[in-house]
Design a protein around this ligand. Structure first.
Ligand code: ADP
Length: 624
């Protein structure tokens, strides 16, 4: 991610935060209310108690009237109890909202991924941008997380400044009486100006130095993110990943990880971060603190001498000292918040760069005519396609035509374009050249969501969810249980289902339930096939469906599939040519082109060609 902190001005900072607040308010109406109220009460209550205590001390140091003292004590008690209770209630409300807040903005990302064009979803730069966003949130909480804090701090700071100001004004208006002798000198405007300058010094110098220290971290954002990435990568490899754990043990990768962590020392002792903390950042912070202490000392002296001269009572000394300190503290907090927002604006900019990725593919409007009686025909007309960011044609001049009810097989070596062909058919990408037509109409013109209902695909790297078996098959929680059971039986999972005590409600994997079952590759593949059957779409595509199945299960699936598929169009991508024999038509892909097309018999007939070579290469293992 590029560093933009130096280019983001105050206006842009406010604008992007306003947008973020509006988005959060839309997702969770009034989510900032408890933060504002809680900060308001927190800001005002100390000043109320400062003012009341000053009145009590003044009375104690002067007339000591019991009824007046009693009244002040009573007021202090009541107000303290009420504000504490109110604060507790508001804090609870705030904490609950804070938890929800995280879920809400996470949903912005999830929704974006769901609605984003698949072509963008699949782009490495988009993935990188999203990883950076997540890492920035993890290492510094940057982005939406800070919005609630800004609200609290701004409200607390502004209330604080206002209240402190109100309590401080009389420090300058109450004069030392002539009885104060030499101390009447303190009434001279030069002292007032000096004390005001001291207050400004405490208020602005601290944040100015704080800003410098903060900018150091923002300069190191890239390095921090990398450190975080490294750390989470190795923690994940070491602790969280079952598949990688096997390799780690067999190849003793523990040493490799330790070596990597030790040599790329980003956060540890002696690292750049560590050195900065003990030098630049540490010194600036110490200097700011020392200067503030010195200036505050001068202010306290002025207040005490004025009291000594008789300008006000002893109680008022505590009031002024505390009010002046809080004035500076609150003003500093507001300024720091603004600086922090400027840094955060950089991260929000990246977030919106991701959320604003446009949907360039278009969703189409044309309605699809559906119905069992309708026939569907698909035609690839001189289609060529390159993946975004690649110079190589993954598919070149593809011409292919197939009708509903046909069994098609696509064969070819790895990387020959078979999966890409399916991705184009399913509108995950659009070709740069040529057209794909469904019943004579370009597939881009059809309503996207409707078009998607036409395809049930079992991709090679399909994913099952760590949810109930039935939910996986149906893709929803409220589903037709009988239909799901039938699909599982048809996919060859029937026996295993009978052995599952909780049947369709059995949780898959252990991520969300201790009772979840782990699945073998073949079992998972059968469930994925059942999911495709449940969808009951006119086109079923199986991309290497039998790779993880044993030969018996494979034979079962193919023989059943023929019955199950009936009038559906089935497309098989397979390396095992024996499983293509029963297909009506076979297309042989090679380096992005279709180089042969026909039935198994036709393609073997000449005794030469790619199909023949592939067939012979596999057959030799069985015939030798
Ligand atoms: P097959 O399914 O026949 O093994 P693919 O259709 O997956 O082949 O790939 C065809 C070509 O496209 C290969 O050269 C592959 O490297 C390339 N390719 C596949 N997916 C991507 C992608 N997401 N980005 C860039 N190139 C890709």
């Amino acid at each position: 991610m590029e560093k933009k902190s130096s280019t983001i001005g105050f206006r842009e900072t406010l604008a992007i935060h306003r947008r973020a607040v509006a988005d959060m308010n839309r997702l969770s109406p009034a989510c900032f209310v408890p933060f504002i109220l809680s900060a308001g009460v927190k800001a005002i209550s100390p000043y109320v108690s400062i003012w009341l205590s000053a009145r009590l001390i003044n009375e104690l140091a002067s007339l000591r009237r019991p009824e007046v003292l009693g009244r002040w004590v009573f007021l202090i008690l009541v107000i303290t109890i009420v504000t504490d209770l109110l604060q507790a209630v508001l804090d609870r409300w705030k904490n609950v909202k804070d938890e929800l807040f995280y879920n809400r903005y996470e949903s912005l990302y999830t929704d974006k991924f769901i609605e984003m064009d698949y072509a963008d979803c699949d782009k490495q730069e988009v993935r990188d941008l999203f990883t950076q966003i997540q890492q920035s949130t993890n290492w510094g909480g940057w982005g939406f997380d800070y919005l609630t804090m800004y609200f609290s701090q701004a409200v607390e700071g502004l209330f604080g400044i206002f209240s402190a100001f109100a309590l401080t004004v009389s420090l300058f208006t109450q004069m030392v009486p002539p009885s104060g002798g030499d101390l009447t000198l303190l009434n001279h405007p030069i002292f007032i100006v000096t004390v005001l300058l001291f207050i400004l010094g405490v208020t602005f110098l601290g944040p100015a130095l704080g800003k410098k220290a903060n900018s150091v971290w923002s300069d190191l954002a890239e390095e921090s993110r990398f450190g975080n990435r490294l750390f989470s990568h190795f923690c994940f490899v070491k602790l969280g990943n079952k598949e990688k754990d096997m390799d780690r043990r067999i190849y003793c990768q523990g040493d490799l990880m330790a070596h990597y962590i030790d040599t790329v020392n980003i956060f540890g002792v002696g690292s750049h971060f560590d050195r900065l903390l003990t030098t630049t950042v540490g010194l600036r912070t110490a200097f700011a603190a020392g200067l503030s202490a010195l200036l505050s000392g001068g202010i306290y002296l002025f207040v005490c001498l004025k009291a000594l001269g008789g300008a006000f009572g002893i109680g008022s000394v505590t009031q002024y000292v505390r009010a002046v300190t809080s004035f500076s503290g609150n003003a500093a907090m507001v300024l720091e918040t603004m600086n922090h927002m400027q840094t955060n604006a950089e991260f929000l900019t990246s977030i919106y760069q991701f959320l604003d990725i446009p949907n360039a593919m278009g969703k189409g409007e044309r309605s699809l005519n559906k119905g069992r009686a309708l026939r569907y025909e698909v035609e690839f007309r001189d289609v060529s396609f390159k993946y975004p960011g690649s110079d190589l044609w993954a598919l070149r001049h593809i011409n292919f035509h197939f009708q509903q009810g046909r069994r098609l097989a696509i064969v070819g070596e790895n990387g020959s374009g078979k999966t890409t062909f399916i991705k184009l058919l399913c509108r995950l990408y659009y070709p740069q050249e040529g057209q794909i037509l469904l019943n004579g109409v370009d597939i881009r013109d059809y309503n996207h969501d409707e078009y998607m209902t036409f395809f049930a695909v079992v991709f090679q790297d399909f994913q099952l969810l760590a949810q109930a078996l039935g939910n996986n098959v149906a893709g929803r929680s409220d589903y037709d249980r009988e239909k799901a059971r039938e699909a599982l039986v048809e996919a060859g999972f029937g026996e295993r289902l009978l052995r599952m005590e909780e049947g369709l409600d059995t949780m898959l994997y252990k991520d969300l339930s201790e009772k979840g079952v782990d699945l073998s590759g073949g079992e998972a593949q059968k469930i994925a096939i059942a999911r495709a059957l449940y969808k009951d779409a006119p086109f079923i595509v199986l991309d290497e469906p039998t790779a993880a199945l044993d030969p018996i299960a494979e034979a079962e699936i193919y023989s059943k599939f023929d019955q199950v598929a009936q009038d559906k169009t089935t497309i098989f991508i397979s390396h095992r040519l024996s499983s293509c024999k029963f297909c009506d038509e076979i297309a042989v892909f090679h380096e992005g082109r279709i180089i042969q097309q026909g039935s198994h018999k036709d393609l073997l007939a000449g005794g030469k060609g790619k199909y023949h070579d592939l067939w012979m290469a596999q057959a030799q293992y069985y015939t030798k």
